[in-house]
Write a protein that binds this ligand. Structure first.
Ligand SMILES: [Zn+2]
Length: 448
């Protein structure tokens, strides 16, 4: 950890967060105890109300906005002494279903505390993060800090279903309430071995269905027909051999390797050597590839009816992940060009199932929020490296909506999300609360 030089205000924030650790844990446990994975139970509304109840004694102005009978989106505003900058905290309150109950050794919605952790579905993804953000607001308000700008907390639903009734709904319907210069999304960005990360961007998923056409015939005289499956085999083989269209990534491989080598206490060359030789580092190698290039997963394949009929149809679903700055159209154009190179153009169709651009914080190394958050996290949580997310978060929606400077940073190990025995470390929640509060002070400034 970097040596800290805290101001008196900052020191009082740190002490207050420590003193209120129990309040933080109580809020997190309370949230975990409310199942919020379907629209029947109103769990998303109940969770938002619980956050509101926690803010109430501090007289923080809080409003609820119903986007569905089961979803309330909360907006809490801490207005500064001046009309300065606006900082938005965003967190989702919905969770994924618990899955097979046999896989759990604790009650998925029990909120048990064991070994310094809160257990349960949604603890790490991301009720712990929401609790930390809410707590940061309470501390800032209670200490009556003369912030020069405004902090807004937006607790939303409908993230896990990738629906439109959470962050998207807030952007479309109550933009004036959540409008900000910069935003922090509190998804868990701890990684275990690599320490803390700060995600400055995410890739864009482009899902397409590709189909080939043929002509039916009796399987005993295959040349009478045209086989759609063998056409698909030719297409896929060529696709897997061809280099996918890509652009320079926000974080070059060399930059990522240097940061990770730093965490491991070695130099870049030594890490490259390990990556080349050591099978146990294959997952890291895979992540490095995914963060710096367009990737492709062939997800499904289907075609044909029975062994003795030449199939006239075959289709696959492909999942491309493109980098920020790349347009989804480059993927469809690339696929059509490949089909035409193979002489398949007339029997070939690409249909886009869904497509999102990747997004990232422009010039993140000089971005005021990203650098303030990184410095603060280094002081309080230890080494914190810039990273990207391979998956999508609500951060992409906020960047697109007009807050390009949106970073993802939150307590807990992201790898535990969606799994049985999900948990969040209480210490990490406490630290994140301090980092959020101090980042607000440092980014907004104090009117002293
Ligand atoms: Zn999440």
């Amino acid at each position: 950890m970097h040596p800290m030089s805290l101001t008196d205000w900052e020191q009082s924030v740190i002490e207050r967060v420590d003193a209120w650790k129990d309040k933080l844990v109580t809020l997190c446990r309370g949230l975990v105890r409310i199942p919020s994975f379907d629209r029947e139970t109103r769990g998303e509304a109940e969770s938002a109300y619980l956050v509101g109840k926690h803010l109430e004694p501090f007289k923080i102005s809080t409003e609820f906005f119903k986007s569905h009978s089961s979803i309330e989106n909360l907006v809490a505003t801490l207005k500064g002494a001046k009309d300065g900058r606006r900082l938005l905290f965003n967190g989702h309150i919905d969770v994924v279903p618990p899955g097979r109950l046999d896989d759990w050794s604790v009650e998925p919605f029990g909120g048990d505390v064991k070994d310094g952790r809160v257990y349960g579905r949604g603890s790490v993804d991301m009720k712990g993060g929401v609790a930390a953000m809410a707590m940061a607001l309470c501390v800032l308000k209670d200490l009556d800090l003369p912030l020069k700008g405004t902090v807004i907390l937006n607790v939303v639903g409908d993230e896990e279903r990738q629906g439109d009734l959470g962050t998207t709904w807030c952007i479309d319907n109550i933009w004036e309430k959540i409008r900000a210069d910069v935003a922090i999304v509190g998804e868990p960005t701890g990684t275990g071995a690599l320490g803390r990360t700060l995600c400055i961007g995410e890739k864009g998923p482009v899902w397409v269905k590709v189909s080939t056409k043929g002509r039916k015939a009796h399987g005993s005289v295959p040349l009478m027909g045209e086989n759609a499956i063998t056409k698909m085999i030719r297409f896929l083989t060529a696709l897997l051999e061809r280099e996918l269209p890509t652009v320079p990534p926000p974080l070059e491989r060399g930059v990522l390797v240097k940061q990770i080598a730093g965490v491991m206490g070695i130099d870049s060359a030594a890490l490259e050597l390990l990556l080349a030789k050591n099978d146990s580092l294959k997952p890291l190698q895979a992540v490095l590839e995914a963060l710096t290039k367009t990737t492709l997963n062939v997800g499904t394949i289907s075609g044909g009816v029975v062994a003795n009929v030449v199939p006239d149809h075959c289709e696959v679903e492909l999942d491309f992940r493109i980098l920020p700055g790349q347009s989804p159209q480059t993927i469809t154009a690339f696929l059509n060009e490949l089909a035409s190179d193979l002489g398949l153009a007339n029997d070939f169709e690409v249909k886009v199932l869904s497509a999102f651009e990747g997004t990232s914080v422009p010039d993140f190394e000089n971005d005021l929020l990203a650098t303030t958050l990184q410095t603060t996290s280094r002081e309080l949580a230890g080494r914190t490296i810039f990273f990207m997310a391979t998956f999508a978060t609500d951060g992409r929606l906020l960047r697109k909506a007009g807050i390009p400077s949106t970073v993802v940073y939150g307590p807990g190990n992201g790898a535990l999300a969606h799994k049985a025995d999900e948990y969040i470390s209480i210490e990490e929640m406490v630290t994140a609360t301090k980092v959020y509060a101090l980042t607000a002070i440092r980014y907004l400034g104090l009117d002293e």
